[in-house]
Design a protein around this ligand. Structure first.
Ligand code: ADP
Ligand code: MG
Length: 238
Protein backbone atom coordinates (compact mmCIF):
# COMPACT_ATOMS: atom_id res chain seq x y z
CA UNK A 1 0.00 0.00 0.00
CA UNK A 2 1.31 3.43 -0.84
CA UNK A 3 2.15 5.73 2.06
CA UNK A 4 -0.57 8.26 2.88
CA UNK A 5 0.29 11.78 1.92
CA UNK A 6 1.21 14.14 4.76
CA UNK A 7 -1.19 17.08 4.60
CA UNK A 8 -0.02 18.97 7.69
CA UNK A 9 3.36 18.92 9.39
CA UNK A 10 4.00 21.20 12.34
CA UNK A 11 7.49 21.22 13.76
CA UNK A 12 8.16 22.95 17.08
CA UNK A 13 5.64 25.68 16.31
CA UNK A 14 5.66 28.55 18.77
CA UNK A 15 3.49 31.61 18.95
CA UNK A 16 3.77 34.57 21.24
CA UNK A 17 1.71 37.72 21.38
CA UNK A 18 3.15 41.09 22.31
CA UNK A 19 1.23 42.74 25.10
CA UNK A 20 1.11 46.25 26.42
CA UNK A 21 4.07 47.24 28.55
CA UNK A 22 6.54 45.28 26.42
CA UNK A 23 5.58 41.87 27.80
CA UNK A 24 5.08 38.85 25.58
CA UNK A 25 2.64 36.05 26.18
CA UNK A 26 3.82 32.64 25.04
CA UNK A 27 0.69 30.84 23.81
CA UNK A 28 2.12 27.93 21.78
CA UNK A 29 5.37 26.60 23.22
CA UNK A 30 6.49 24.01 20.70
CA UNK A 31 3.73 22.12 18.92
CA UNK A 32 4.67 19.23 16.65
CA UNK A 33 2.40 16.79 14.89
CA UNK A 34 1.51 15.46 11.48
CA UNK A 35 -1.85 14.91 9.86
CA UNK A 36 -2.12 12.54 6.94
CA UNK A 37 -4.58 12.50 4.10
CA UNK A 38 -7.94 11.07 5.16
CA UNK A 39 -7.53 11.68 8.88
CA UNK A 40 -10.23 13.17 11.12
CA UNK A 41 -8.58 14.95 14.04
CA UNK A 42 -10.23 16.69 16.98
CA UNK A 43 -8.19 19.32 18.81
CA UNK A 44 -9.25 19.85 22.41
CA UNK A 45 -8.05 22.00 25.27
CA UNK A 46 -9.32 24.35 27.94
CA UNK A 47 -10.48 27.83 27.04
CA UNK A 48 -7.40 29.97 26.46
CA UNK A 49 -5.11 26.99 25.82
CA UNK A 50 -4.33 28.20 22.29
CA UNK A 51 -6.72 26.19 20.11
CA UNK A 52 -7.82 29.12 17.99
CA UNK A 53 -4.25 30.40 17.79
CA UNK A 54 -3.24 26.99 16.46
CA UNK A 55 -6.17 26.91 14.03
CA UNK A 56 -5.23 30.37 12.73
CA UNK A 57 -1.75 29.08 11.98
CA UNK A 58 -3.08 25.86 10.42
CA UNK A 59 -5.47 28.01 8.35
CA UNK A 60 -2.66 30.30 7.13
CA UNK A 61 -4.44 33.25 8.73
CA UNK A 62 -1.40 33.82 10.94
CA UNK A 63 2.26 32.77 11.00
CA UNK A 64 4.16 31.03 13.79
CA UNK A 65 6.65 33.13 15.75
CA UNK A 66 9.08 30.21 15.43
CA UNK A 67 9.05 26.70 14.05
CA UNK A 68 7.87 25.36 10.73
CA UNK A 69 4.59 24.50 9.11
CA UNK A 70 4.34 22.46 5.91
CA UNK A 71 0.92 22.39 4.31
CA UNK A 72 0.46 19.96 1.44
CA UNK A 73 4.24 19.65 1.17
CA UNK A 74 4.90 23.39 1.05
CA UNK A 75 6.65 25.33 3.83
CA UNK A 76 4.18 28.11 4.57
CA UNK A 77 5.74 29.35 7.83
CA UNK A 78 7.38 32.39 6.30
CA UNK A 79 5.23 33.15 3.29
CA UNK A 80 3.90 36.62 2.51
CA UNK A 81 0.27 37.59 3.11
CA UNK A 82 -0.48 37.31 -0.62
CA UNK A 83 1.05 33.85 -0.84
CA UNK A 84 -0.87 32.73 2.25
CA UNK A 85 -4.13 34.03 0.76
CA UNK A 86 -3.48 31.98 -2.37
CA UNK A 87 -2.72 28.85 -0.34
CA UNK A 88 -5.89 29.39 1.71
CA UNK A 89 -8.07 29.71 -1.34
CA UNK A 90 -6.56 26.73 -3.14
CA UNK A 91 -5.98 24.26 -0.33
CA UNK A 92 -8.30 24.97 2.60
CA UNK A 93 -11.98 25.02 3.47
CA UNK A 94 -13.13 26.78 6.65
CA UNK A 95 -16.14 26.21 8.89
CA UNK A 96 -16.64 28.58 11.82
CA UNK A 97 -18.76 28.64 14.96
CA UNK A 98 -20.79 31.61 13.71
CA UNK A 99 -21.24 30.24 10.17
CA UNK A 100 -19.74 33.50 8.76
CA UNK A 101 -22.19 33.69 5.87
CA UNK A 102 -22.77 36.95 4.01
CA UNK A 103 -26.18 38.03 5.31
CA UNK A 104 -27.28 39.97 2.25
CA UNK A 105 -26.31 37.34 -0.30
CA UNK A 106 -28.36 34.31 -1.24
CA UNK A 107 -27.37 30.81 -0.20
CA UNK A 108 -26.13 29.92 -3.69
CA UNK A 109 -24.03 33.10 -3.86
CA UNK A 110 -22.50 32.35 -0.47
CA UNK A 111 -21.47 28.89 -1.59
CA UNK A 112 -20.17 30.07 -4.98
CA UNK A 113 -18.04 32.90 -3.61
CA UNK A 114 -14.72 31.06 -3.10
CA UNK A 115 -14.89 29.91 -6.74
CA UNK A 116 -15.70 33.40 -7.98
CA UNK A 117 -12.60 34.64 -6.13
CA UNK A 118 -10.59 32.08 -8.09
CA UNK A 119 -11.81 33.59 -11.35
CA UNK A 120 -14.14 30.75 -12.37
CA UNK A 121 -16.98 31.92 -14.67
CA UNK A 122 -20.31 32.85 -13.11
CA UNK A 123 -22.36 30.09 -14.77
CA UNK A 124 -19.86 27.40 -13.75
CA UNK A 125 -19.74 28.79 -10.19
CA UNK A 126 -23.51 28.59 -9.91
CA UNK A 127 -23.65 25.07 -11.32
CA UNK A 128 -21.00 23.83 -8.87
CA UNK A 129 -22.65 25.69 -5.96
CA UNK A 130 -25.99 24.02 -6.70
CA UNK A 131 -24.30 20.61 -6.78
CA UNK A 132 -22.67 21.37 -3.41
CA UNK A 133 -26.01 22.44 -1.91
CA UNK A 134 -27.49 19.19 -3.16
CA UNK A 135 -24.73 17.24 -1.44
CA UNK A 136 -25.54 18.85 1.93
CA UNK A 137 -29.27 18.25 1.38
CA UNK A 138 -30.23 21.88 0.77
CA UNK A 139 -31.68 21.47 -2.68
CA UNK A 140 -34.40 24.09 -3.19
CA UNK A 141 -32.99 26.62 -0.73
CA UNK A 142 -30.57 28.29 -3.15
CA UNK A 143 -32.43 31.61 -3.33
CA UNK A 144 -33.05 32.00 0.41
CA UNK A 145 -31.09 34.40 2.58
CA UNK A 146 -29.07 32.95 5.49
CA UNK A 147 -31.44 34.50 8.06
CA UNK A 148 -34.34 32.49 6.59
CA UNK A 149 -32.60 29.21 7.47
CA UNK A 150 -32.14 27.46 10.82
CA UNK A 151 -28.69 27.38 12.46
CA UNK A 152 -28.09 23.81 11.36
CA UNK A 153 -29.00 24.63 7.77
CA UNK A 154 -26.74 27.69 7.81
CA UNK A 155 -23.87 25.53 9.00
CA UNK A 156 -24.58 23.10 6.15
CA UNK A 157 -24.32 26.06 3.76
CA UNK A 158 -20.96 26.87 5.34
CA UNK A 159 -19.85 23.26 4.83
CA UNK A 160 -20.92 23.43 1.17
CA UNK A 161 -18.93 26.66 0.79
CA UNK A 162 -15.90 25.04 2.44
CA UNK A 163 -16.08 22.11 -0.01
CA UNK A 164 -16.51 24.00 -3.25
CA UNK A 165 -12.77 24.51 -3.83
CA UNK A 166 -12.20 20.79 -3.54
CA UNK A 167 -9.85 21.55 -0.63
CA UNK A 168 -7.05 19.33 0.62
CA UNK A 169 -8.08 20.05 4.22
CA UNK A 170 -11.19 21.23 6.07
CA UNK A 171 -10.61 23.28 9.23
CA UNK A 172 -13.54 23.69 11.60
CA UNK A 173 -13.28 25.83 14.76
CA UNK A 174 -16.09 24.90 17.20
CA UNK A 175 -18.50 24.24 14.29
CA UNK A 176 -21.26 23.07 16.64
CA UNK A 177 -20.71 25.75 19.29
CA UNK A 178 -23.92 27.59 18.40
CA UNK A 179 -26.11 24.56 17.73
CA UNK A 180 -28.36 22.45 19.91
CA UNK A 181 -27.43 18.83 20.62
CA UNK A 182 -29.51 17.22 17.88
CA UNK A 183 -28.38 19.68 15.22
CA UNK A 184 -24.77 19.31 16.41
CA UNK A 185 -25.03 15.57 15.90
CA UNK A 186 -26.42 16.09 12.39
CA UNK A 187 -23.51 18.37 11.49
CA UNK A 188 -21.04 15.86 12.94
CA UNK A 189 -22.69 13.08 10.91
CA UNK A 190 -22.12 15.24 7.85
CA UNK A 191 -18.42 15.67 8.74
CA UNK A 192 -18.15 11.89 9.21
CA UNK A 193 -19.74 11.28 5.82
CA UNK A 194 -17.25 13.69 4.21
CA UNK A 195 -14.38 11.98 5.99
CA UNK A 196 -15.56 8.57 4.73
CA UNK A 197 -15.30 10.05 1.24
CA UNK A 198 -11.64 10.76 1.99
CA UNK A 199 -11.73 14.41 3.06
CA UNK A 200 -9.18 15.35 5.71
CA UNK A 201 -10.68 17.21 8.66
CA UNK A 202 -9.22 19.05 11.66
CA UNK A 203 -11.86 20.18 14.11
CA UNK A 204 -11.56 22.19 17.31
CA UNK A 205 -14.03 21.52 20.08
CA UNK A 206 -14.18 21.67 23.85
CA UNK A 207 -17.00 19.11 23.97
CA UNK A 208 -16.03 15.44 24.46
CA UNK A 209 -19.27 14.32 22.78
CA UNK A 210 -18.23 16.15 19.63
CA UNK A 211 -14.59 15.01 19.77
CA UNK A 212 -15.81 11.40 19.89
CA UNK A 213 -16.84 11.65 16.23
CA UNK A 214 -13.19 12.09 15.24
CA UNK A 215 -10.70 9.25 14.85
CA UNK A 216 -7.81 10.95 16.58
CA UNK A 217 -7.51 13.41 19.43
CA UNK A 218 -4.84 16.05 19.97
CA UNK A 219 -5.16 17.69 23.36
CA UNK A 220 -3.41 20.99 23.95
CA UNK A 221 -2.51 22.15 27.45
CA UNK A 222 -0.21 24.94 28.48
CA UNK A 223 0.86 25.53 24.89
CA UNK A 224 2.04 21.95 24.35
CA UNK A 225 0.58 18.71 23.00
CA UNK A 226 -0.54 16.87 26.12
CA UNK A 227 -2.11 13.88 24.37
CA UNK A 228 -2.08 12.65 20.79
CA UNK A 229 -3.77 9.40 19.97
CA UNK A 230 -6.95 7.41 19.79
CA UNK A 231 -10.02 9.33 20.91
CA UNK A 232 -11.43 6.39 22.86
CA UNK A 233 -8.22 5.76 24.79
CA UNK A 234 -8.07 9.25 26.23
CA UNK A 235 -9.03 8.79 29.86
CA UNK A 236 -10.56 12.24 30.20
CA UNK A 237 -13.17 11.41 27.58
CA UNK A 238 -15.71 9.19 29.19
N1 ADP B 1 -4.49 38.37 18.70
C1 ADP B 1 -4.13 38.17 19.97
N2 ADP B 1 -3.39 39.09 20.63
C2 ADP B 1 -3.02 38.88 21.92
N3 ADP B 1 -3.32 37.77 22.63
C3 ADP B 1 -4.06 36.83 22.03
C4 ADP B 1 -4.50 36.97 20.66
N4 ADP B 1 -5.22 35.86 20.32
C5 ADP B 1 -5.22 35.07 21.43
N5 ADP B 1 -4.53 35.64 22.43
C6 ADP B 1 -4.30 35.05 23.77
O1 ADP B 1 -3.77 33.76 23.59
C7 ADP B 1 -4.32 32.81 24.51
C8 ADP B 1 -4.95 31.66 23.75
O2 ADP B 1 -6.09 32.12 23.05
P1 ADP B 1 -6.91 31.21 22.02
O3 ADP B 1 -5.96 30.68 21.02
O4 ADP B 1 -8.03 32.03 21.52
O5 ADP B 1 -7.41 30.05 22.98
P2 ADP B 1 -8.64 29.03 22.83
O6 ADP B 1 -9.12 29.07 21.42
O7 ADP B 1 -8.05 27.70 23.20
O8 ADP B 1 -9.66 29.45 23.82
C9 ADP B 1 -5.31 33.61 25.36
O9 ADP B 1 -4.67 33.94 26.57
C10 ADP B 1 -5.59 34.83 24.53
O10 ADP B 1 -5.88 35.92 25.36
MG1 MG C 1 -11.04 29.43 20.52
Amino acid sequence: MSEKQVVVRLQDVRKSYFMMGGLTQLVLKGISFEVKSGEFVAIMGHSGSGKSTLMNILGCLDRPTAGQYWLDGQDVSQQSDDELARVRNKTLGFVFQNFNLLTKRTIVDNVALPLLYQGVGVAECKKRALEMLDSVKLHGYENYLPSQLSGGMQQRVAVARALINDPTLILADEPTGNLDTQTSNEIMDLFCELNRKGITIILVTHEPDIARYAKRLVRIADGLVEYDGDVKEDMEIK
